[in-house]
Design a protein around this ligand. Structure first.
Ligand SMILES: Nc1ncnc2c1ncn2[C@@H]1O[C@H](COP(=O)(O)OP(=O)(O)OP(=O)(O)O)[C@@H](O)[C@H]1O
Ligand SMILES: [Mg+2]
Length: 363
C-alpha cells in the first residue's frame, strides 16, 4: 500500500531547461518559451494518489500527460520537482536503485502493448518477473494467476497472434499485475480498443482494483472513461493541471471554460449521484413512513441513472439511506429531471495563476 506524490514537477525540453523553469515560475508564458525552441511539457504539477485510488490524468493531445507519467516512474528526469513513492524520493535515487524500484514496485501498461510474437501468452505475462529474476516455476505460477484475473485462463499456451486486440491488451495488464507492483501506470491503455471491449476492460479494472487496491495513475483522452474510472481526475492543458477533483467536482464545478467544454458530452446521469441531488425529506415524516412508500431505496453513491425507473413508475420520492439504513434524503421526480438539465456552474472568477496551486492542491 503505497502513496504516490508529485511535488511541483516540471519538464522542459530544449535549451537551458533550468532557466526556463525559473522563467515559468515568475510567470513567463509557455508560448514565449516556444519562440526560442523550448517546450515546457509539464509545468508545476502537484498531486497525491492515495493507496487504492485510481488517479486519472486527462487532456488533449500534447497537453503533457505522457511526459508526466514518464517522470512518475523515473524514465524521464524532472527538470524540477520531486516524485515520492512509498515515502522514497525517486528523483534522488541512483540509476541502479531506480532500476530496482522500477522493476519491483512499478508497472506500466501502454496503449499498444508490445507482446513478443514468438513467446507464448504465459511467457509474455511472465516477462516482468523474468526481468526481476524470479525462477521459472514461480513466475509461471504467478503469470498464470494474473492471466486468470484478466479473464485469459486457458490461453496460456497460445501465441499472441491467435488473440484479438482486446485479449492482447489483457495480456499486457496481466504482465503488469503478475509482478505484484504497487504502482500501476497506464498510458491510454484502453484507447485502441473498440467501445464495447473498452467498457469491458474498464469494468474489469474496477473489479480487480476492489480486490488488489493498487495505486493507479491512468491516462486518457476520454472524459467518460476518466469519470468512470477516476477516484480523482486531473485535467491538463498546455502542460498545466488546470483542475483536479472528483468526477462530480469537475462536472458540477468546472474551473474554467476549457474544462466546461470537455464535460459537454459527458453522460451526467452516470456521474451525478443520488447524494448530490437529494433533498431533505419533509419535516415531521418518519423514516418508516418514507421507506414504506418510496418506490426504491438507494445509497448516496448510486448514480442517478438508476433512479429513472423507480421515479417513472411512482410520483413518490426515492429514499436515500446511509449504511445504517437511516433516511438521509429523498429524490422526487422533478428534482431528478432538473438535475439532468442543469447547466454546470462555471466559476466565473478564475483564480490568478499564483493561486492555482492552492486551489488545486488537495482540493
Ligand atoms: N523528448 C521530447 N523532446 C521534445 N519535446 C517533447 C518530447 N517529448 C514530448 N515533447 C513535447 O511535450 C509536449 C507534451 O507531450 P506529451 O507526449 O507528454 O503529450 P500527451 O498529452 O501525452 O499527448 P498524446 O495525447 O498525444 O499522447 C508536446 O508538445 C510534445 O511535443
Ligand atoms: Mg501521450
Amino acid at each position: 500500500m503505497s502513496r504516490l506524490q508529485a511535488e511541483h514537477l516540471y519538464k522542459v525540453f530544449g535549451r537551458r531547461p533550468d532557466q526556463a523553469v525559473r522563467k515559468l515560475e515568475s510567470g513567463t508564458d509557455r508560448e514565449e518559451l516556444r519562440a526560442d525552441g523550448t517546450t515546457a511539457a509539464v509545468i508545476d504539477a502537484s498531486f497525491t494518489v492515495e493507496p487504492g485510488q485510481i488517479f486519472v490524468v486527462m487532456g488533449l493531445s500534447g497537453s503533457g500527460k505522457s511526459t508526466l507519467l514518464r517522470m512518475l516512474n523515473g524514465l524521464l528526469d524532472p527538470t524540477a520537482g520531486r516524485v515520492l513513492f512509498d515515502g522514497q524520493d525517486l528523483t534522488a535515487l541512483s540509476p541502479r536503485e531506480l532500476r530496482k524500484v522500477r522493476s519491483s514496485k512499478i508497472s506500466m501498461v501502454f496503449q499498444h502493448f508490445a507482446l513478443f510474437p514468438h513467446r507464448s501468452v504465459l511467457d509474455n505475462a511472465a516477462y516482468g518477473l523474468a526481468v526481476q529474476g524470479v525462477p521459472r516455476a514461480e513466475r509461471e505460477k504467478r503469470a498464470a494467476e494474473a492471466l486468470e484475473m484478466t479473464g485469459l485462463a486457458g490461453w496460456e499456451k497460445s501465441w499472441p497472434d491467435e488473440l484479438s486486440g482486446g485479449m492482447q491488451q489483457r495480456v499486457g495488464l496481466a504482465r503488469a499485475l503478475a509482478t505484484d507492483a504497487d504502482l500501476l501506470l497506464m498510458d491510454e491503455s484502453f484507447s485502441a480498443l473498440d467501445p464495447l471491449i473498452r467498457r469491458e476492460m474498464q469494468s474489469q479494472l474496477l473489479e480487480l482494483q476492489k480486490r488488489l487496491k493498487k495505486t493507479i495513475v491512468f491516462i486518457t483522452h476520454d472524459l467518460n472513461e476518466a469519470m468512470r474510472l477516476g477516484d480523482r481526475i486531473a485535467v491538463m492543458r498546455d502542460g498545466k493541471i488546470v483542475q483536479q477533483g472528483t468526477a462530480e467536482d469537475i462536472l458540477v464545478r468546472p474551473a474554467n471554460d476549457y474544462v466546461a467544454s470537455f464535460i459537454q458530452d459527458v453522460d451526467r446521469s452516470r456521474v451525478l449521484t443520488a447524494g448530490s441531488i437529494m433533498e431533505q425529506p419533509e419535516k415531521g415524516r418518519s423514516d418508516e413512513e418514507l421507506l414504506a412508500e418510496a418506490p426504491a431505496t438507494v445509497s448516496a453513491e448510486t448514480p442517478i441513472a438508476e433512479l429513472f425507473t423507480p421515479c417513472s413508475t411512482s410520483g413518490v420520492a426515492v429514499a436515500v439511506t446511509d449504511a445504517q439504513g437511516d433516511v438521509i434524503g429523498v429524490v422526487p421526480r422533478n428534482r431528478l429531471l432538473a438535475a439532468l438539465g442543469e447547466e454546470p456552474r462555471i466559476e466565473t472568477v478564475l483564480p490568478a495563476p499564483r493561486d492555482v496551486k492552492k486551489v488545486t492542491a488537495g482540493a
